[in-house]
Design a binder for this molecule. Sequence first.
Ligand code: AHR
Length: 503
Amino acid sequence: MRTARLALDPAFTVGPVPRRLFGSFVEHMGRCVYTGIFEPDHPSADEDGLRTDVLELTKELGPTVVRYPGGNFVSGFEWEDSVGPREERPRRIDRAWRSVETNQFGLAEFDAWARKVGTETMMAVNLGTRGLQEACDLLEYTNLDSGTKFSELRKAHGSKDPFDIKLWCLGNELDGPWQTGHKTAAEYGRLAAETGMAMRSIDPDIELVAVGSSSRSMPTFGEWEQTVLELSYHAVDYISLHAYYEEKPGDTKNFLASAVDMDLFIEQVVATADAVRAKGKHNKKINLSFDEWNVWYQSRPHHAEGVQPWDVAPRVIEDEYSITDAVVVGTLLNSLLRHSDRVHIGAQAQLVNVIGLLRSEAGGEAWKQSIAHPFEQMRKLARGNVLQVVTTSDTYETGNFGDVDVVDASATYDDETLTVFLANRDLEDPASVEVPLRGFDVDRLAEAKVLAATEGQDRHTTNRDGDHQQVGLRRLDDVTVTEGLATVVLPPLSWAVVQFRKG
Ligand code: AHR
């Protein structure tokens, strides 16, 4: 048995749970939009061509914000193609994923989808092949009420009311050589500042996200953030972070410690942003938007067998997620929550099919992948204030991060319920975790759920077409509460949520 002890106190908080931390991402990529959220011929399609089976699953997940329309796609996107009468919209090549974009789903369709889901839109503008003017035109189209060229165009297209989008990404991954319109930090920093200021002159209430590094391993990481923020500090509110993790053969221990990398990434971006703040004598703080993160098996082929260049909605990176992946996703969510004083926005990439929380088949069924469960639980149950958690845990040795805690934790408290999110990274042994309840107005276990392999399964078990319920949550029985101390016993390689209440 491995052991760990948490130190928690209601007086020591990180801050309120940020509403936008539990977001997702819909990119015009592969089958995320077409046969993902939108499939007019599907038996479940509604009057807008939206798949109601996917819609219902999305509502259960409840992403609080959804980034759109890319991703790498946005760096070649001409938004004007995606509005107006559908039959007049052009088919365009998407250089990023070498497929054809039919534009049958566009801005108005996304707005309708977001309203049905009950989520906020986070819109990205193209700063790859386009610039300030097109970004301003798009903002005029989405946010101005009437009486101008693009607001009247929106009305003529049938959308009487503005889409009123508050959150905007100034481009995507422009630090990456793969990005259409890749730029140096100085080129991008100027462009972000100028575009941001011009956009604010149209709508002063918008919030702007500058492009940060595509991963912590980018050769320009650190320097990119510093230069971009030195040039654009006055014009932006957030800097973005992207990170994808995968289990390489024989490297399970490092994979299970992915959240350590995420912790470091966040802390290093905060340090860089605050150094720029000090040097520039700025009062405001730049906060973080972790607007792409997930497990993604990037070293596997991206396109499925048989996919040809310029296919429509090809199968691209349709990773099938295991129990191991779900446990890692749980620890990544813990990392975001632990740092939520500065990480105010999160978007797990992506929503459907493309490294998706959900999967769907054309004309067929839709289901939740294993990784959807920690997301859904944390989105629903993280309430009130995030607590500072000091974890004293048995450790295991990793090549990349030295000794890493076997038990990973985060917690929230809303004056009625203490909620603890736990992961056991040990592949073989259960872990016993002590959770002190003193100081909290709680004295009993309310609910405990766990995701772990059950009889006949192993850590590679997945949900798949025709077998959707293999990986899910079950009741965690091994929780005892005595005199202000709870003891939770986690099965080997597991993720759990445990809630305590009064009376
Ligand atoms: O989410 C998949 C891709 O990953 C996005 O298009 C890009 O921004 C990132 O590299």
